[in-house]
Design a protein around this ligand. Structure first.
Ligand code: BGC
Length: 343
């Protein structure tokens, strides 16, 4: 083969490779599996912006938290937000500008460290009690957020609602999801949207979640706190949980297979429905015995990863936390169960 021919062939191969990679990028833009892979390993910055007012639950977000999270090796941050406490009760349901600016600050802190950042609508209890009375307000919140964030990086994801439940049945929720997605897509054709099933994002309700068929860029979220008496022992908001104190998690075959089979059920649903899964919350309260917490957290995290389920630990520095803010240091043992190679 002549030299000319070799150069020609080489250039031809380069061109084909370049065009394939451009096509791949174009496909990735709408591929929820791609965006889900970027969530990877995450943590919830909980008890801050979803408290009635930031600080009410003892957490005020600080710039250094974003550094710590990025440096520890996390890929993403989920920021729960109680928009309903900062939105007018009547039409046009305007969101308080000062609060929006505070959320912008947090979003920008995460994005500037190249972390994926998920914001949601959290603790909208009034809607779970009276869904129909709050539907218009819920959609108006998303309309404003969709407009406001439309030019933000694609690494900002929207999660429609934390833990739908109460009187918000699957039938109503499926309807609200379709309408909210339509509103968001008017300004955000690419942005990844996260949606979960009812009964507090329970795996058992995945079969009742109906998503618009033509909408490909949706990641489905589940939460996992089983066995509940172990993860929520001593938690003031869980009835009778004082009585559960002392419940251990030893990692027996029976205990492990309970978790495996529930995650298998979720993973099969994901494959059958061609939707990637995100374990948006899992964790245990600090009143549980530490060694049990380490075992459980390590096991759930590793089992999620085996099934390609991205995750976000609940949460950073409050009752379930992995960071001790009073001593300004990580709970290193718990952190290792999540990020085994963290420094
Ligand atoms: C709630 C938190 C709670 C956690 C564990 C979250 O979805 O928003 O307030 O601490 O679940 O129960």
């Amino acid at each position: 083969m002549s030299m000319k021919m070799i150069i020609f062939l080489f250039l031809f191969v380069c061109l084909v490779a370049q065009s394939c990679s451009a096509q791949q990028q174009e496909m990735d833009m709408y591929d929820a599996y791609y965006w889900n892979s970027l969530i990877g390993r995450g943590v919830n910055l909980g008890n801050a912006l979803e408290a009635p007012i930031e600080c009410d639950w003892g957490v005020r977000l600080k710039e250094e938290y974003f550094d710590l999270i990025a440096e520890a090796g996390f890929d993403s941050i989920r920021i729960p937000v109680r928009w309903s406490a900062h939105t007018e009760p009547d039409s046009p349901y305007s969101i308080e500008q000062q609060f929006l600016a505070r959320v912008d600050w947090a979003v920008n802190q995460a994005l500037s460290r190249k972390l994926v950042v998920i914001i949601n609508v959290h603790h909208y209890g009034e809607m779970l009690d009276s869904p129909e009375a709050h539907k218009e307000r819920f959609l108006a919140i998303w309309k404003q957020l969709a407009r406001h964030y439309k030019d933000y990086s694609d690494l900002l994801y929207f999660e429609l609602l934390n833990e739908p439940g109460g009187n918000l049945t699957s039938t109503l929720w499926n309807e609200y999801v379709t309408e909210a997605i339509k509103i968001i897509r008017e300004d955000n054709p690419i942005r990844a949207i996260i949606v979960g099933p009812t009964q507090w994002n329970s795996i058992s309700q995945l079969n009742n979640l109906k998503l618009p068929h033509n909408e490909k860029n949706v990641i489905v979220t589940i939460h996992y706190y089983e066995p509940f008496r172990f993860t929520h022992q001593g938690a003031s908001w869980a009835n009778n949980s004082e009585e559960w104190i002392g419940t251990t998690w030893l990692g027996t075959e029976a205990q492990k297979s309970q978790i495996e089979s529930q995650l298998d059920r979720a993973a099969h649903w994901g494959w059958d429905n061609k939707r990637p899964l995100f374990l948006g919350e899992f964790g245990s309260y600090s009143k549980a015995e530490n060694i049990s917490r380490l075992r459980w957290t390590e096991f759930v995290r590793a089992e999620a990863e085996k099934r390609r389920i991205s995750w976000a630990y609940w949460e950073f520095c409050a009752g379930f936390g992995i960071y001790d803010k009073s001593k300004s240091r990580w709970k290193q043992d718990l952190l290792y169960t999540l990020i085994p190679n963290s420094q």
